[in-house]
Write a protein that binds this ligand. Structure first.
Ligand code: MG
Ligand code: MG
Length: 264
């Protein structure tokens, strides 16, 4: 999603993390289910010949038809309901008249608000037949997200997530984007804490506790980790032009472990 700048820090983190009550978690789960329902329709939209604007329009229609609001639209001036990022684009691609082509990989990132609560999810889809490296990148990035989710339990630290993602990505010969991170989520799309996808020695490193809800979103590059922002001031691309993939779920910490609110 159109992410906040990591440097914005003022109050001590403990005061800024907003743990959710059971009633709030139920509302967040309903928000997550609505978003998962939207994502169930996306694979059929992401096909050769479709423009990313058409994909976005269908997504926005589904969100509104479900009685929800597209949270990205207008966020810091972002013009669409979804970010659609193709091949070497990492995140924050702006839907346009560009047509998808056989062999593309297409990251679709969507957020919505239902009954005052946000959910945020992303998935990278293949268009037709993709090459072996692209296939492996999608698989490994998906595995990075699942390994991160497996770290979501009371008593673990936020840094356990980044360690899990980075360890797996590197073992597969890929790199982890560091300039953009996951985030707490709730009444706001971006809440504390920040959730890095890499081994971070920075403090604070919050301990997870029941009621914490976070969006976990590994961005994994086939080549170097460095990224650049395009002239449109939104689209983030890999610096070396090689492929990037992005998967994201909104996940609650419960006494019984992770509750993936956006699972489709
Ligand atoms: Mg997102
Ligand atoms: Mg996000």
């Amino acid at each position: 999603s159109p992410m906040r700048d990591r440097r914005a820090q003022s109050l001590p983190w403990k005061q800024r993390i907003r743990l959710k009550s059971a009633a709030e978690l139920d509302k967040m789960a309903a928000s997550g289910r609505a978003l998962a329902e939207v994502f169930r329709a996306v694979p059929a939209l992401v096909r050769a010949g479709a423009t990313t604007r058409e994909v976005d329009a269908a997504i926005e229609r589904m969100i509104r038809d479900a009685g929800c609001m597209p949270s990205f639209k207008g966020y810091n001036g972002f013009p669409a309901a979804s970010c659609i990022s193709i091949n070497e684009e990492v995140v924050h691609g702006i839907p346009s008249d560009r047509q998808l082509r056989d062999g593309d990989i297409v990251g679709v990132d969507v957020g919505l608000i239902k009954d005052g609560y946000h959910s945020d999810s992303a998935e990278t889809f293949p268009v037709g037949e993709i090459d072996e490296e692209a296939e492996r990148l999608l698989q490994v990035t998906r595995e990075c997200l699942e390994r991160a989710i497996a770290q979501v339990k009371a008593g673990n630290r936020i840094s356990d997530i980044g360690v899990a993602v980075e360890t797996h990505a590197r073992a597969q010969g890929f790199s982890v984007v560091e300039t953009l991170v996951g985030h707490g989520i709730g009444r706001e799309m971006h809440e504390d804490p920040q959730v890095p996808n890499y081994r971070s020695y920075s403090t604070p490193d919050p301990v997870m506790e029941p009621g914490l809800v976070i969006a976990i979103e590994p961005m994994i590059n086939a080549g170097v980790k460095r990224v650049v922002t395009a002239e449109d001031q939104w689209t983030v691309r890999t610096a070396d032009g090689r492929l990037s993939a992005h998967f994201e779920h909104t996940v609650a910490v419960t006494a019984d472990g992770p509750w993936v609110l956006t699972r489709r």
